[in-house]
Design a protein around this ligand. Sequence first.
Ligand SMILES: Nc1ncnc2c1ncn2[C@@H]1O[C@H](COP(=O)(O)OP(=O)(O)OP(=O)(O)O)[C@@H](O)[C@H]1O
Ligand SMILES: [Mg+2]
Length: 337
Amino acid sequence: MIRIKHLSAHYQTVQGTVKATEDVAFDIFDNEILGIAGESGCGKTTLMKAIYGNVEPPMFIASGSIELEVEELGEQKIIPNHEIHRYWWDYISYIPQASMSVLNPVVRIKDQFLDSYLRAEVRALGKQALLDRMAAYLQELELPPEVLNAFPHQLSGGMRQRVIVALATFVHPKFVLADEPTTALDVVVQRGILTMLMNLQKQLHNTFVIVSHDMGVHYQITDRMVIMYAGKVAEIARTDVLFERPQHPYTEMLINSLPRVGDDQQRAGIGGRPPSLLNPPGGCRFADRCYLADAYCRQVQPDLVEVEPGHFVACLKRAPSLALTTTESSHRGDAGK
Ligand SMILES: Nc1ncnc2c1ncn2[C@@H]1O[C@H](COP(=O)(O)OP(=O)(O)OP(=O)(O)O)[C@@H](O)[C@H]1O
Ligand SMILES: [Mg+2]
């Protein structure tokens, strides 16, 4: 399990501090596909980097923490954020946004992985044995093992992404963080990758965290979702519950902007823009775009409140009575899965 405790991850810039995530708190459970959604710039990638323990200037943790629960030598241990890097790859792996451009164009696929990520495995097993295993694993995932000898530019975008997903799961990490794994790919290729992710999760019984701004992707594959808006968590719920009865007006708008089969109407986009994270407003950050907002919403920050078991919302209008009595437990986002 991963526990995110009131995390504020910021960037120090010449213009001031960009408050990319503020007081974010939820748990990520074993054996689930958790989706994180929200518009561009709402802090999804920042959150992923923080969870992965990959915090480098200008990013810094202003407050809060992350705990990774691991089992080592039969013992449960809680690993704090600054030590998570010791568990990279074996226990937690990360498929970064735009991972296609992360690959070095002049190095064959197999060498990128053997030399950078799988060094410990190379030491333990030897290079050839490991390559044989990788080839077998790719074949299991219906990928041609020859891709290992290819240079990145010899593969299509979709193929590259599938290879990256395959190799990121090769040593069966407990947690796989995937930042926009299907963005910029056409719908058919996207579907192939989503199916691959779902099958892998079923097979490995591990946890995938999928970041995407595309609600359609979340609807298809996630079990539970976290909706972010301007650096804060707006809503957490099981995916079916979220689509059936969204509570936050922002979630409603995200769902309503999805195209539907058999519907020729132009879908309403979301008017307006999120506030600057250099100087976010004091009250609810969504107030300026919200059809429910009043003067109170512009003054008071909503807390994340549990409105039904496992369903949390940060909206003064939708969860008003509890808004001022938030407890630690109401921040956890426990879906009881
Ligand atoms: N290296 C950086 N230096 C300064 N500000 C940054 C840096 N990286 C991100 N930010 C800012 O932090 C905020 C959150 O960015 P982040 O990349 O986490 O958003 P995102 O939700 O992943 O967006 P997208 O959907 O476009 O990938 C944005 O306002 C962004 O401009
Ligand atoms: Mg991003």
